[in-house]
Design a protein around this ligand. Structure first.
Ligand code: GLU
Length: 398
C-alpha cells in the first residue's frame, strides 16, 4: 500500500528527463535511437576545467563540507563574473551556489511563494518552472508568446496578468525551449511594469547566456530599479558543457540569498566541493572553449533550420540562442499512416520515437501543444540522419 503525499502525486514528471529515459530504454534494446530530447551539450567539459577538479582532489584540501552557500573565493568569482559580463552588482554575500540551476530555482520559489500566491511564467517555458512553483504550493499563471511574435510574451500581456496575488515572474532568455532572446527594449518594458510593484520579484534564468547568436545578452537586473527585485539564475551546465557536475548559482537581494542558504542548509548542505573548485577554474579562465562550442552550435543551427524547412508542413522561427528548435508540427495532427492516427504533439513524439527512432520532447510540457522541442546539441552527422528520418516518417502520414 502506497501513501504518497498529494504534493508528489500531483507533481508532473520532468518531461525532458522522462523522454531521455525512454530513448535510453530503446537504446538498451539495441535500437539505434538518435536522442534530441535532452538539452545536453555533446562536448566534453573543457580540459582546463577537468584539471581544476583534479588539482582540487590532489591538494586534499576539499574533502570536508564546504560553506552552505559556496566557497568564498568562488562566490567572489561569481560576483566578478556578474559584474564583468552582465553589469550586475551582486556582492559575494548575495550569491548562493547550488546543485544545478534547477535547485537554485526551487530554493527561490520556496523562499518567496506562499500557498495560493501566483507566479507568472512567460510561456513557452522550461518544464521544471511549473513543478517548482507547485512544490511551493503557488499557482502558475502562463502568459503565452506565439510563433508570430518569436514566442515572446510582451510587457502588456504581463501587465494584464498581474493581480494582487502575483509574487514572482519567471522566464529564461535565451529561452528553453524556443531559443528566443529578449532584447534590452523588451526587458526594459517588462521592468517598467514590475518596478513600482511592492512585493513582486523577477526570476531571470540566464543559463543559456553564452549560447546566443543575436550578439547581445541583456539582464533584466541591470534595468533601473531592478537589482533589488531580480534573482538572476545561471550555472555551468550549458555554456561550459558541465551538466553532470551540477553547479548552478544565483545573484539575489541579500534577504533572498539568506533564505536560499537556509533551505539549502536543511536540504543538501552545499554543492559538491570538487565541482565548486572546477567552477572556480572555469569562471577565472578564458572563455575560448565556450565561444568555440557556441560557434559550432551556430553551424548546427543553420543546418537544422534548413533541414526543418525542407519538411512539408513544419513552421519554425530562427532561434537566437540556446540549442533548441521548437517547430510547430500541428499540420500533422489528425493524420494517419493507415494504422496509427496522430492527435497531438505527445502522440507525435511517441510515433517519431517508435518509427523514426528519434527522440524529441512534446511541446505540451513547455506550454505549446502545437510544437515539439528538438535539441541540436548533437553531432552534425546525427542531426542530418535524425532530420532525414523525421522527414521520411512524417511523409507516411496523410
Ligand atoms: N535543462 C535541460 C533540458 O531542458 C536538461 C534536462 C532538464 O533538466 O530538464 O533538456
Amino acid at each position: 500500500m502506497e501513501h504518497l503525499s498529494n504534493r508528489i502525486k500531483n507533481m508532473a514528471e520532468s518531461a525532458t528527463l522522462a523522454m531521455a529515459a525512454k530513448a535510453r530504454e530503446f537504446k538498451e534494446k539495441g535500437i539505434d535511437v538518435i536522442s534530441l530530447s535532452l538539452g545536453e551539450p555533446d562536448f566534453k567539459t573543457p580540459k582546463h576545467i577537468q584539471e581544476g577538479a583534479k588539482e582540487a582532489i590532489d591538494s586534499e584540501k576539499y574533502f570536508a563540507y564546504p560553506p552552505v552557500n559556496g566557497y568564498a573565493d568562488l562566490r567572489q568569482a561569481i560576483s566578478d563574473k556578474f559584474k564583468r559580463e552582465n553589469g550586475l552588482d551582486y556582492t559575494p554575500n548575495q550569491i548562493v551556489v547550488s546543485n544545478g540551476a534547477k535547485q537554485s530555482i526551487v530554493n527561490v520559489m520556496l523562499s518567496l511563494v506562499n500557498p495560493g500566491d501566483e507566479v507568472i511564467v512567460l510561456s513557452p517555458f522550461w518544464v521544471s518552472y511549473t513543478a517548482a512553483i507547485e512544490m511551493a504550493e503557488g499557482i502558475p499563471v502562463l502568459v503565452k508568446g506565439g510563433l508570430e511574435n518569436d514566442f515572446k510574451a510582451t510587457a502588456e500581456q504581463v501587465k494584464a496578468a498581474i493581480t494582487d496575488k502575483t509574487r514572482v515572474i519567471i522566464f529564461s532568455s535565451p529561452c528553453n525551449p524556443t531559443g528566443s532572446v529578449f532584447t534590452k527594449e523588451e526587458l526594459t518594458a517588462i521592468a517598467e511594469v514590475v518596478r513600482d510593484r511592492e512585493g513582486l520579484y523577477v526570476i531571470s534564468d540566464e543559463i543559456y547566456e553564452h549560447i546566443n547568436f543575436s550578439g547581445a545578452h541583456a539582464s533584466i537586473g541591470t534595468m533601473p530599479g531592478m537589482l533589488d527585485k531580480t534573482i538572476t539564475i545561471n550555472g555551468m551546465a550549458k555554456g561550459f558543457a558541465m551538466t553532470g557536475w551540477r553547479v548552478g548559482f544565483i545573484g539575489a537581494p541579500t534577504w533572498i540569498a539568506k533564505a536560499c542558504n537556509k533551505i539549502q542548509g536543511q536540504v543538501t548542505s552545499a554543492n559538491c566541493s570538487i565541482a565548486q573548485r572546477a567552477t572556480l577554474t572555469a569562471l577565472t579562465s578564458d572563455l575560448g572553449p565556450t565561444k568555440a562550442m557556441t560557434e559550432e552550435y551556430g553551424r548546427r543551427r543553420a543546418l537544422v533550420h534548413q533541414l526543418l524547412n525542407d519538411i512539408p508542413g513544419v513552421k519554425t522561427n530562427m532561434p537566437q540562442g540556446a540549442f533548441y528548435f521548437f517547430p510547430d508540427l500541428s499540420s500533422y495532427f489528425g493524420k494517419s499512416d493507415g494504422t496509427t492516427t496522430i492527435n497531438n504533439a505527445s502522440e507525435l513524439c511517441i510515433y517519431l520515437l517508435e518509427n523514426a527512432h528519434v527522440s524529441l520532447v512534446t511541446g505540451e510540457a513547455f506550454g505549446d501543444e502545437n510544437c515539439v522541442r528538438l535539441s541540436y546539441a548533437a553531432s552534425e552527422e546525427n542531426l542530418r540522419e535524425a532530420l532525414k528520418r523525421i522527414k521520411d516518417t512524417l511523409a507516411k502520414l496523410s
